[in-house]
Design a protein around this ligand. Structure first.
Ligand code: EPZ
Length: 422
C-alpha cells in the first residue's frame, strides 16, 4: 500500500486544473444501463471508483471502454440483473445501478451498501421512492431485490431526517424516466451532480423539468438512446485546492471549475480570510497568512458541503480563536479529528459538533487515512505542518483525487508517494 510523505511549510502558487466530478460521473455511468444506444462520456476522472463502476457495468451487460478520460459504453446484453457483493462492497455508490436496472430490465438485485467510516448509509429513501413507483422490493441475504413489470409515475416526497438524498434522488430520477406517465419528485437533492445526471438523461431523450431544483417533474418515455456528454468539474476537488491556497498563504488559480457551484464555500472561505475572485474559467484563491474563526454547519446543497467539512476544519485549527463545526449530514463524520489532534490541532468532538480552538501551528506526524475526505484533510494539514507528515493507506485518497501529489507539487508542495510494505 502506498503512503505519502509531505514536507510542510511551502506557500502554494500557480495553476491547477480540476478534474471531472467523481460524484457526477458515477450516477451518469450507472444510467448507461438504460440506454439502447452507444454513449460517449468525457471528462471522467481516472479514479478507482470509475473503474469499479465500469466493472459492474461490464458484469451487467454494458460493455465499457475507458481511454483518455472518456468512457464509451455499449449495451451488449440486458439479461443480467445482479450487482455482486464483492464489487458493491468496495464502493457504496454502486447502489446507483438499482434504479436504472429496475427501470430498463424490470428486475434488480443489488448488494446492500452497508456502512462506512463516515457513518451508517441507509437506503430507506431509495426503497421508498422505488416502491412508490410500483416496484415490489424485498431485502434478503444482504441484497435489495426489486421487481416491476412497468413502473408507474406518481408524486413522491424524497426528503429524509438529514434533508435530501443525492444518490436516492439519482435512483428515483432514473427510474421515473422510463415509468408510465408523470412523476413529481418533491424534496429532490439539487446538488450540481444531480443536475448533471438530469442533463445527461435528457440528452438520452428523457423528459425532465425542474433540473437543479428541489422539485423534479418527469414525463416517462418508452426508451432512451445514446448520447455524447461531458461531466461537470469536481467542486469538492476545487474546494480542497482552495483550502490549500488559503492554508499556505499562497495564490492559486483553480481552472476548470464553476464558481456558481461553490457559493457557500466561497462565503465561508472569505469569512476565514481567503480572497476569492472568479476568473474566466474558474476562481483565483489567495491566502493572507491570517486565518479568522468561523462557525460552519454542513447542509445539503446549496449549503456548505459535508464533503469539505474535514478540509475547512484544518483551516479553523489554525484560526485566531474558537470555531464551531456542526455536521448535519453525517453526524459521525469526524474520523479526521483524532489524527489532526496528533498533529497539534485542538479539536473537541461533542456529538455532531466539533469545537476547534485555534493552535499556533501544526507539526508533522505519521497519520493514517480513513475515508476519502478525512484523508484529504490530512494532506492539507501536512502541507502547512512544521516538519514531515507520513500518511498511510493512501488508496482512500486515490478514490477521489486524480494524481493528488502531482497536482500539489506543481504548485510548489513537497510531496512524495512511496510504496509501503504491507
Ligand atoms: C452522496 O452520498 C455523495 N456520494 C457523498 O460523497 C456526499 O457526502 C453525500 O451525497 C452528501 O452530499 C456520491 O454522490 C457518490 P445522501 P449519498 O443519500 O447519496 C441520509 C464523497 O466523499 N439518508 O445524500 O450516499 C444519509 O444517512 C462522498 O465523495 C437517509 O436517511 O448521501 C445522510 O445523513 C461521501 N436515507 C443524508 O441522508 C436514505 O435512503 C444524505 O445522504 C439515504 C440517505
Amino acid at each position: 500500500m502506498d503512503k505519502l510523505i509531505i514536507e510542510g511549510g511551502t506557500r502554494l502558487e500557480g495553476t491547477v486544473k480540476v478534474s471531472g466530478s467523481k460524484n457526477a460521473a458515477l450516477p451518469i455511468l450507472a444510467a448507461t444501463l438504460m440506454s439502447e444506444g452507444d454513449c460517449t462520456i468525457s471528462n471522467v476522472p481516472p479514479l478507482r471508483d470509475m473503474f469499479t463502476i465500469c466493472r459492474i457495468l461490464n458484469e451487467l451487460g454494458v460493455e465499457t471502454h475507458y481511454e483518455g478520460g472518456t468512457v464509451s459504453s455499449r449495451l451488449v446484453s440486458d439479461k443480467f440483473c445482479v450487482a455482486p457483493y464483492d464489487l458493491v462492497r468496495t464502493m457504496r455508490a454502486s447502489i446507483c445501478v438499482l434504479g436504472p436496472l429496475l427501470a430498463r430490465r424490470g428486475r434488480a438485485k443489488v448488494s446492500l451498501p452497508g456502512g462506512c467510516v463516515i457513518g451508517s448509509r441507509p437506503i430507506d429513501l431509495h426503497i421508498k421512492g422505488l416502491a412508490a413507483l410500483g416496484a415490489k422490493i424485498k431485502i434478503e441475504h444482504g441484497y435489495v431485490v426489486a421487481e416491476a413489470d412497468r413502473l408507474r409515475g406518481t408524486e413522491i416526497y424524497l426528503g429524509g431526517p438529514h434533508g435530501s438524498t443525492v444518490t436516492g434522488t439519482a435512483n428515483i430520477l432514473c427510474a421515473a424516466t422510463l415509468a408510465e406517465g408523470t412523476t413529481i419528485i418533491e424534496g429532490a437533492a439539487c446538488e450540481p451532480e444531480v443536475a448533471d445526471l438530469a442533463a445527461f438523461l435528457n440528452a438520452m431523450g428523457a423528459q425532465i423539468r425542474g433540473v437543479g431544483t428541489h422539485r423534479l417533474e418527469v414525463e416517462g418515455v418508452t426508451s432512451l438512446g445514446g448520447c455524447e456528454y461531458a461531466v461537470i468539474p469536481d467542486r469538492i476537488e476545487a474546494g480542497t485546492f482552495a483550502t490549500a491556497a488559503i492554508l499556505t498563504g499562497g495564490r492559486v488559480q483553480i481552472a476548470n471549475c464553476r464558481a456558481e457551484d461553490l457559493s457557500a464555500v466561497i462565503d465561508v472561505f472569505t469569512q476565514i480570510g481567503g480572497k476569492i475572485t472568479p476568473t474566466d474559467n474558474g476562481i483565483c484563491v489567495e491566502g493572507s497568512g491570517r486565518i479568522a474563526t468561523a462557525d460552519v454547519t454542513t447542509h445539503a446543497y446549496p449549503g456548505f458541503p459535508t464533503d469539505l467539512q474535514a478540509q475547512v476544519m484544518v483551516l479553523l485549527s489554525l484560526a485566531g480563536g474558537i470555531s464551531v463545526v456542526t455536521e448535519k449530514i453525517y453526524p459521525d463524520r469526524f474520523m479526521h479529528v483524532a489524527e489532526l489532534n496528533r498533529m497539534g490541532a485542538k479539536i473537541r468532538k461533542e456529538g455532531s459538533i466539533a469545537i476547534v480552538v485555534g493552535a499556533e501551528r501544526l507539526t508533522g506526524a505519521p497519520v493514517m487515512a480513513s475515508d476519502l475526505r478525512a484523508s484529504a484533510a490530512l494532506v492539507l494539514a501536512g502541507l502547512v505542518a512544521e516538519g514531515t507528515t507520513q500518511i498511510s493507506r493512501v488508496y482512500h485518497i486515490d478514490r477521489g483525487y486524480e494524481k493528488i501529489e502531482e497536482k500539489f507539487n506543481a504548485l510548489g508542495a513537497r510531496m512524495t508517494r512511496v510504496d509501503e510494505p504491507t
